[in-house]
Design a protein around this ligand. Structure first.
Ligand code: AMP
Length: 294
């Protein structure tokens, strides 16, 4: 695995792969890798003959006072994991390499960027869109792999790729969970054993909504109420949002009949955690009624 620290180095490494006729898959990460990240790498390996992963803790997507300084950095272990997965090139630039002194150009995905996490983390999605646009320009991948775990990020990036004509296909991979249902996250490292137990309530709340939908409930408000009731059972968490939205625009929907994203974010101790469930579009009105759930 080639470890490229500069833009020139990664461009040269990618050019060599292209010379061999390889199709390039990009997996952007902030490191502190876990099985969720590695699932993206495996999807990239399955679809692309050349795989580039990036590790960059991107300062522009952290709001002031957030965990940029404390964000876990486990570079040596990450390298071993990526190498074992057969990654061809790891791009791990410094902040100075990615953001030249005096950089003032940013990508704003107007409207969407202020919804969900964007509402509580001002500037977050502007930072995400900007760094991903830069990675696309630097690596010029054919495919880029992202996790459904960050569903709002997916909506932002889909819109950016469409609006700015990036010549890349986004591939969205399912959320990887711990055996007890907790969505894997680099920030789970912040949790004490007790907090980790409390964090399970996020997934339980999503399950409750899915069960209600399976039982025939389609209006958003009773579904939200059902999820909030589960979240209220866990006093150790501080809820940020629990919403049912259109997966593309992230706007609230009145019902889930056309398909919807159920998204939750909460602080558990020092960690801000997110999770979501996708409600598929209903095939026919009145269909899919199962027995009632509480
Ligand atoms: P991050 O390092 O947190 O910026 O995440 C890098 C990529 O990994 C993003 O596309 C995330 O959506 C994805 N990812 C993070 N956690 C998971 C997970 N549990 N399952 C699937 N993908 C994930």
């Amino acid at each position: 695995m080639i470890i490229a620290r500069t833009i020139a180095e990664v461009r040269a490494a990618v050019a060599a792969l292209r010379q061999e006729g390889r199709c390039i898959g990009l997996v952007p990460t902030m490191g502190a890798l876990h099985a969720g990240h590695l699932s993206l790498v495996r999807a990239a390996k399955a679809q692309c003959s050349g795989v580039v992963a990036s590790i960059f803790v991107n300062p522009t997507q952290f709001a002031p006072g957030e965990d940029f300084e404390k964000y876990p950095r486990t570079f040596e272990a990450d390298c071993k994991l990526l190498e074992a997965e057969g990654v061809d090139v790891l791009f791990a630039p410094s902040v100075e390499e990615m953001y030249l002194e005096g950089a003032t150009t940013f990508v704003a995905v107007a409207g969407i960027e202020d919804r969900l996490d964007g509402a509580s983390r001002p500037g977050h999605f502007r930072g995400v869109a900007t760094v991903v646009a830069k990675l696309f320009n630097i690596v010029e991948p054919n495919h880029a792999f992202f996790g459904q775990k960050d569903a709002a990020q997916v909506a932002i990036l889909r819109r950016m790729v469409r609006d700015l004509n990036f010549n890349v296909e986004l591939v969205v991979c399912p959320t990887v969970r711990e055996p007890d249902g907790l969505a894997m996250s680099s920030r789970n490292r912040y949790l004490s054993p007790e907090q980790r137990q409390s964090a399970l309530v996020l997934n339980r709340a999503l399950h409750r909504v899915e069960a209600k939908v399976a039982a025939g409930v389609i209006d958003a408000q009773p579904l939200i109420d059902a999820g909030l009731a589960v979240l209220a059972e866990e006093p150790e968490i501080r809820l940020d949002y629990f919403r049912i939205v259109d997966p593309d625009t992230l706007e609230d929907v009145p019902d889930v009949s056309a398909g919807a994203l159920v998204a939750v974010a909460a602080f558990v101790g020092p960690a801000r955690l997110i999770d979501n469930a996708v409600i598929p579009k209903r095939l026919e009105a009145g269909g899919g009624k199962l027995e009632a759930v509480d």
